[in-house]
Design a protein. Structure first.
Ligand SMILES: Cc1cc2nc3c(=O)[nH]c(=O)nc-3n(C[C@H](O)[C@H](O)[C@H](O)COP(=O)(O)OP(=O)(O)OC[C@H]3O[C@@H](n4cnc5c(N)ncnc54)[C@H](O)[C@@H]3O)c2cc1C
Ligand code: FES
Length: 277
């Protein structure tokens, strides 16, 4: 995932979630598996507030044995009945490499649930979900939630190459209309994606959710402004604490405005409608 702070788009906090208390616990790893060719899925024992968190909320994780600060990951999936949660991530450095090296039975330090998740507008009955690369990890539960509510859900998944389309088959099977585009074929070009997305923006009752690419966030904000469709984005920033104390994660909502903190004001923000010139 890239750190997405697209220039020219303003971000507004949606307001704090009061979903449940944040807990700092040691939990056991259930499974680590490779998915969509270059990602890892890490499943671990959760507790009820974590397994029941909102789509878009995240956890801070580190292997208990590692002398590292915890790293942030969106909850990719959660199963309250089995008391388990999953994250999906790409190995980019030491923290993710250590997490990828965990085995079932290893212990994990888990802080969560953190941040503010996506908010569905109950009046709007159609969802457009737009993700690139491992950014789909932040959108997967949201798309499933929309489908479970019976909302027609169009999902656009962009990736460097075919095979990196995270959750494409699962969401298709769950009833989503999935468009998978990639850099190799050139189908991920902004003008092509715009042609795929604009008809949905133009239909009444749409709302849009984006993660993983500054170009796609800018495009969605532009289409949202054109068609008066609300757009929410999940942003990333380097994090140390995840709870608003270290101030490592500011995002500037506009050139003249003091920054919000991605961990406690986001990671999901409202974007667009009021684009910065
Ligand atoms: C709210 C949130 C949710 C995220 N969800 C996911 C997810 O579901 N799947 C996924 O693959 N990645 C996700 N990320 C990004 C993930 O946290 C980083 O890829 C990871 O921290 C990199 O750690 P590293 O030690 O392997 O890499 P390094 O590059 O070695 O990291 C060095 C330092 O920079 C920080 N850092 C580096 N890149 C990022 C980044 N993009 N975002 C935040 N901190 C970074 C690390 O925390 C660490 O402190 C998320 C980030 C945020 C903020
Ligand atoms: S990560 Fe510490 S304030 Fe956001």
């Amino acid at each position: 995932m890239t750190i997405a702070r697209p220039a020219g788009v303003t971000f507004r906090p949606l307001g704090r979630d009061h979903a449940g208390p944040v807990a700092d616990r040691t939990r056991v790893v259930v499974e680590v598996a490779r998915v969509a060719s270059e990602y890892r899925r890490l499943r671990f024992e959760a507790w009820p507030e974590l397994a029941g968190c909102r789509p878009g909320q995240f956890v801070m994780l580190r292997p208990l044995a590692a002398r590292l600060i915890r790293r942030p990951f969106t909850v990719f999936d959660a199963d309250p009945d089995r008391g388990q949660a999953e994250v999906v991530f790409r190995v980019t450095g030491e923290g993710t490499a250590r997490l990828a090296g965990l085995r079932p039975g290893d212990r994990l330090s888990v802080l969560g649930p953190l941040g503010n998740g996506f908010r569905l507008d109950p009046v709007r009955h159609r969802a457009v979900v737009v993700g690139r690369g491992v950014g789909m990890a932040s959108l997967h539960r949201l798309a499933r939630h929309c489908l479970a509510l019976g909302m027609p859900t169009r999902v656009l998944i962009s990736a460097r190459r075919p095979g990196l389309w995270l959750a494409a088959d699962a969401l298709r099977e769950a009833g989503a209309e999935v468009f998978a585009v990639d850099d190799v074929s050139g189908t991920s070009r902004v003008e092509i994606v715009e042609r795929l997305l604009e008809p949905t923006f133009a239909r009444p009752g749409s709302q849009c959710f984006v993660c993983g690419s500054s170009r796609l966030i800018r495009l969605a904000a532009r289409l949202g402004a054109r068609w008066r469709v609300p757009v929410q984005v999940a942003l990333e920033a380097p994090m140390a604490c995840g709870i608003g104390t270290c101030h490592a994660c500011p995002v500037r909502p506009g050139p003249e405005t003091e920054g919000h903190l991605v961990c406690v004001d986001g990671p999901v923000f409202a974007a667009g409608g009021d684009l910065v010139a």
